[in-house]
Design a protein around this ligand. Sequence first.
Ligand SMILES: [Fe+2]
Ligand SMILES: [Fe+2]
Length: 304
Amino acid sequence: MSTLQYSYETCLDGSVKNAWTVDDCFQGRDFDFTKPFLPDRIAGVSGIGCLSDIEKIKLNQIRGNSYCHIFAFVEEYIVPMVVDHARGDVYGDETRLWSLLRFAEEEVKHQEMLRRACSQFEAGFGTSCGLVPGREEVAGVVLGTPPLTALLLTSMIEWFTQLHYVEHVRDQAELDELFRDILRFHWIDESRHARLDSLLIDEVASDLGPEEREAAVDGLLELGNAVDGLLAQQVELDIDALQLATGRTFSESERAEIRIHQQLAYRWTFLVSGLEHPNFVRIVEQLTASGAEKVAQAATALSA
Ligand SMILES: [Fe+2]
Ligand SMILES: [Fe+2]
């Protein structure tokens, strides 16, 4: 189907040749809290009229911290999911088994990298920033969906991770260097993971009829709604964190202005940039007759 150009062998080879550790990424560095961490496409602070330039940088940094937290959060289920797919043919193709085990191991490493980023942030930022709870519960919900649904969510995440780095961070020299490297190291692995997702999607989908495939896309969009609920909670925590960091108390109208910009930015970052990713759209088109249309509608609704 979609994966003729992909193979477990080349993914395994890339994983071995490009292996890195969390220390390779951090190199003993700390964040530079005078700089923004995220490009404005992700942070969405530039258009907020009630904030000064310094306050916008503070909110951008708060968003950098929550970006790492939410990634660790939404990727939590990927480790057990990939291990289950590896176990599904544990005495079969050894190249498949090894490349999937490395995929799972790399995701454990990402969790460590992202958590280290959050704890260094907490130590250096100066005031405490709330982060949405319930990581394991969310992982349980995703793992409770049919395998194709969970794989589609994973594929969407792996594609948007790459897009964030390549199109919005790689050439942005004004951003904090350590933060850019965290996204760069993540991207190194995610570019292979996205291909492995496609191989797994083909394996799983080959046993399913058209209705089950359509239902998997519906399930993905339901998970998207749940993610949107989490993002809305994080927006409120970020505004509280910004009040603490700036010593301001926002009026209801100021809070509403920040909320509108932040909700759009969060939705683009964690949902729309994946739902609209051309490679992800192609995967859905190849699997289903009407999935791509539903995905496009959802992306449009989340961008309004
Ligand atoms: Fe990851
Ligand atoms: Fe990944």
